[in-house]
Design a protein around this ligand. Structure first.
Ligand SMILES: Nc1ncnc2c1ncn2[C@@H]1O[C@H](COP(=O)(O)OP(=O)(O)OP(=O)(O)O)[C@@H](O)[C@H]1O
Ligand SMILES: [Mg+2]
Length: 351
């Protein structure tokens, strides 16, 4: 659907060139909701704006729907852009036009007849839940409703791809959820591929099938959302996930770890383990096994169970104490059983 090959983008900044995208390779599949996450300045907007050539890369290929946008004539590019809708953080509605006329704008610009416009826009406003507000002006509707207009406008030309650049960043959490639900619905019911940019893992968690993590103009991590959540490889990814599953334990829990470490009998060691796992079946028996078969003491300190699109995602902080060899064996056993384990040094007596 979208095939990005060796793509680089450089801006001419006032203090010299800014290498905003460095050799990006990415393949976005038809029908998926693909998330792109990163901190401010990572290059997310730069990348998504290459997907409709609002930004022109200096090198590489941007193949959308089988055509390399960089090879197209102006007329062909206009045609190709009809298949690529875009929604923006600040909605970009025209204040002097009604909801209906804002949504209809791309069709008007393309010279579509009034009758055809009505035929297309009326059901679209229905889909985004704004049929009853068609004659209002942007100043007379809420932020969430404005974004619904933005989505209707982006869908007006019947695109196969919808690009969303921080579409929910200006909205409160509940409105964010409802807009993301709408994007999911558009994806499922109309079969539109959605590319969604955000700096919030919460957004990725709610809607994306796969996610790419960007840092300093590069894609540094890529995978299915559940995999990335359970087994993040890069520090930046970990820190983005922290917003949902805090890695820093509450002070009261840390005090408890201290107390447990100090209270260890001679010959025993203790280790604070951070466990994360996906899917719910195997988990309980695994912990029981540690206690029963390996003779470890486990204190569960902190835990959180979350849901990523119907799949359980759990994280747990436990303090394991027992003979050092048994702790090592326990970690290996957990890993063999699909539990990701991170050891945190503050738990050991010897540390
Ligand atoms: N028009 C421009 N001219 C020069 N530099 C730019 C321009 N637009 C963006 N940049 C620079 O390119 C880099 C990537 O910016 P970009 O807007 O793509 O980041 P972003 O990930 O979308 O950030 P944010 O989350 O803040 O929107 C930044 O260093 C930015 O300062
Ligand atoms: Mg941006």
């Amino acid at each position: 659907m979208i095939d990005i090959q060796d793509l680089s983008l450089t801006y001419a900044g006032p203090q010299g060139p800014v290498h905003a995208l460095k050799n990006i390779n990415l393949h976005i599949q038809a029908g998926e909701v693909f998330g792109i996450i990163g901190r401010s300045g990572a290059g997310k907007s730069s990348l998504v704006r290459c997907m409709n050539l609002l930004n022109r890369p200096v090198s590489g290929k941007m193949i959308v729907n089988g055509r390399d946008l960089l090879q197209l004539s102006d007329a062909q590019l206009r045609q190709a852009r009809q298949e690529i809708g875009m929604v923006f953080q600040h909605f970009n509605l025209l204040s002097s036009r009604t909801v209906f006329d804002n949504a209809a704008l791309p069709l008007e610009l393309a010279g579509v007849s009034k009758a055809e416009i009505a035929q297309r826009i009326t059901p679209l406003l229905e889909l985004v839940g704004l049929a009853h507000l068609a004659n209002r002006y942007p100043a007379q509707i809420s932020g969430g409703q404005k974004q619904r207009v933005g989505i209707a406008r982006a869908l007006a030309s019947n695109p196969r791809v919808l690009l969303s650049d921080e579409a929910t960043s200006a909205l409160d959490p509940e409105t964010t959820r409802s807009i993301l639900d709408l994007l999911r619905q558009v994806n499922r019911e109309l079969g539109v591929t959605v590319v969604l940019i955000t700096h919030q893992m919460q957004v990725i968690k709610q809607i994306a099938d796969r996610v790419a993590v960007m840092e300093a103009g590069q894609v540094v991590e890529l995978g299915a959302v559940l995999d990335v959540f359970t087994n993040p490889q890069q520090a930046i990814t970990q820190s983005l996930i922290d917003e949902i599953v805090p890695q820093e334990l509450p002070a009261s829990v840390q005090q408890r770890v201290q107390a447990l470490s100090l209270g260890l009998p001679a010959g025993q060691s203790g280790q604070l383990l951070r466990l994360s796992y996906a899917g719910d079946s195997a988990y309980q028996p695994v912990l029981s096994h540690l206690i029963r078969e390996l003779g470890l003491d486990l204190s569960i300190l902190h835990g959180q169970i979350d849901d990523i699109q119907g799949q359980t995602f759990g994280s747990l902080a436990v303090f394991a104490s027992g003979p050092p060899a048994q702790i090592t064996a326990a970690i290996a056993y957990l890993q063999r059983n699909g539990v990701q384990v991170r050891q945190q040094p503050q738990g050991g007596r010897h540390v």
